[in-house]
Design a protein around this ligand. Sequence first.
Ligand code: 13P
Length: 288
Amino acid sequence: MALVSAKDMLEKARDGKYAVGQFNINNLEWTKSILQTAEELKSPVILGVSEGAGKYMTGFKTVAAMVKAMIEEMHITVPVALHLDHGTYDGCYKCIEAGFSSIMFDGSHFPIAENIEKTKELVAVCNHLGLSIEAEVGSIGGEEDGVIGKGECADPEECKKIADLGVTMLAAGIGNIHGKYPANWEGLSFETLAAVKKKVGNMPLVLHGGTGIPTDMIKKAISLGVAKINVNTECQLSFQAATRKYVEEGKDLVGKGFDPRKLLAPGAQAIKDTVKEKMEIFGSIGKA
Ligand code: 13P
């Protein structure tokens, strides 16, 4: 199956009251683990690529070529969208050119008029090419690959202005944070989420910072219109823990335990376990 836009899968998720996971990728192992899990569980999936991760993998063209080839060689039949995460204006055009099927333009740090102007232009380009586009209002707190946000809640009126431009999905800050949540985190602002939903109607909403949000909050967010949930740090942490255990147990010192295919196997399995756990909570299993 070829890469698909995220539009159909998100509209189905919104109507079916579940969410599709966006899992960020860093390398071949990450991508393979996520695709394998999605296929095994018959779940649609979105592969997220931050600009930093794209650069690390030598560029967006490499990423698109790798993902497309993996879908073919691994006989993936579930819908897969390849999505730029927190894209800059230039990054969006680079990904479009590289063959991504979905982009996020993060204009949340611009004054709203400039966010609107740039989002509008990119919506026209994406519509023409059949790609999905995510926009952001209010910022996601914390730091992800150099993108730093203060974490202010979105203004529902501004959300409506951006939603009316015809974006496919909207990320609205509701007190969510990239990375681990601090002990004194106040939780998601369901008040903001409900107010945004009221203004934007049927627009599928995106919840960033999926790592560490308690299951009951995830379920409530889905019931209020969230149809896409982004997870990045949690796969990194589970990969780290499994790799650390392998090395600390001295397994890399036994036989050919140093072989990268053995050394990276527990981490790759840990990513699969995390993705499965998230897909169960999000309700996307069997929805492909
Ligand atoms: P986490 O790293 O907190 O899971 O957030 C991921 C994300 O929102 C990607 O945009």
